[in-house]
Design a protein around this ligand. Structure first.
Ligand code: NCD
Ligand code: ZN
Length: 364
């Protein structure tokens, strides 16, 4: 069985900074990727819109130039969101949107995930001038939707977790205060988030990663498979079922691919584990495996249409750029992943870390 699809867009990924960037971009190009939204949690963060890189922050302009020089010029689209920090102003949003450099902003819960220490609390942003300016300018808000600063017992238990709290407590307030704000709820992991997005107006959408469609907390804990440790953490079977239902609903236009592929040269250490799964080179294969596990027959046109919507069409439509006219092919055939050698060190792709084979192969 072979699928021929438009080249797809990864609307949430991490290309980092420095000499390894070219390896990460190449891994994306090799898996049929036509463009990406490259996250701004670099070191230092992407905290300005224009101008030269400075010691305390890249600008969208300077970081984009770095990525383009490292291979991203082959992409049809490259979106770098602005990291929302205490330095972000409404004037930056208005000028950035008018110049065309600013297309999206990223909310990070302070200290909630890798390189998120510059984030500011959602409560300080709701009702403020920055969100008002974004609403007026049509700038998309990309949200890492987890309540920050929870203690261990509240962070995750059987009833609630940082994400369910965020989607039931913070998001309704955000929507009420900014009814026109265009929002992407990124890497959602729970039934609460999927239901929130489904019920919200059409200008609220979501990305879902391959790992959250494939795995649950049980997979992570059984054998402590730390390569699966990413944030938000994988959740429970009922959550995974809700995510699978969301992406496999006929005609759905709100859910699309955003891998959250996040390379870490060191994952587990003596005192913790870096958060982030690397799926460069293998994401469409993993998504196809997840669709099949969700009961989708990818040999038929109905199944192929569902998959194409999620992987290739909905993301561009929401972000307002054309789907790719270029094609790539995937073949149903067993394949292995291997370490990605980079100037920063070897990176373990998620399937290798999980000890699994892929059941699809990208032909290019
Ligand atoms: C991401 C990273 O490593 O930059 N990690 C992750 O677990 N997803 C940050 C993020 O998107 O939360
Ligand atoms: Zn991410």
């Amino acid at each position: 069985m072979t699928l021929t699809l438009p080249r797809w867009f990864d609307l949430h990924t991490h290309f980092r900074q420095g000499p390894a960037v070219a390896s990460y971009i190449k891994a994306h190009l090799d898996m049929g990727c036509a463009g990406a939204l490259a996250m701004p949690n670099t070191q230092p963060p992407v905290s300005r819109v224009s101008g030269a890189a400075q010691a305390d922050g890249w600008s969208i302009e300077s970081y984009s130039a770095e990525l383009l020089a490292a291979g991203a010029q082959t992409f049809e689209q490259l979106i770098v969101p602005l990291y929302l920090t205490r330095q972000t102003t409404a004037a930056m949003i208005r000028e950035g949107a008018a110049s065309g450099l600013l297309r999206a902003c990223k909310y990070y819960p302070p200290h909630g995930t890798t390189n998120s220490e510059h984030g500011m609390p959602m409560d300080d942003l709701i009702g403020g001038e920055v969100f008002q300016a974004m609403e007026e300018c049509g700038t998309i808000l990309c949200i890492h939707g987890e309540q920050h600063a929870l203690t261990g017992p509240d962070y995750i238990d059987a009833q609630h977790n940082a994400e369910t709290r965020f989607y039931t407590e913070r998001m309704p307030r955000l929507l009420a205060a900014h009814p026109k704000l265009r929002i992407v709820c990124e890497h959602i992991t729970t039934r609460s988030a999927a239901e929130f997005v489904t019920a919200a107006p059409a200008h609220v959408a979501a990305t879902i990663t391959p790992q959250h469609l494939l795995y649950t907390l049980g997979h992570l804990i059984q054998g402590l498979k730390y390569h699966l440790y990413c944030l938000p953490i994988v959740k429970f079977q009922d959550d995974r079922a809700a995510l699978r239902a969301a992406v496999t609903t006929a005609g759905q236009a709100k859910f699309f691919a955003g891998t959250d592929s996040a390379p870490h040269t060191t994952k587990a250490t003596a005192c913790g584990c870096a958060a982030g799964c690397f799926t460069g080179g293998c994401a469409p294969q993993l998504y196809a495996m997840a669709f099949e596990e969700a009961g989708v027959d990818l040999s038929g046109s109905d199944g192929q249409n569902l998959f194409e919507r999620f992987l290739c069409l909905n993301g561009p439509a929401f972000y307002g750029f054309p789907a790719s006219m270029q094609r790539f092919q995937m073949e149903k055939a067993a394949s292995q992943t291997s370490l990605l050698e980079t100037p920063a060190g070897p990176i373990t792709p998620l399937p290798l870390g999980m000890g699994i084979q892929l059941s699809w192969r990208v032909l290019g």
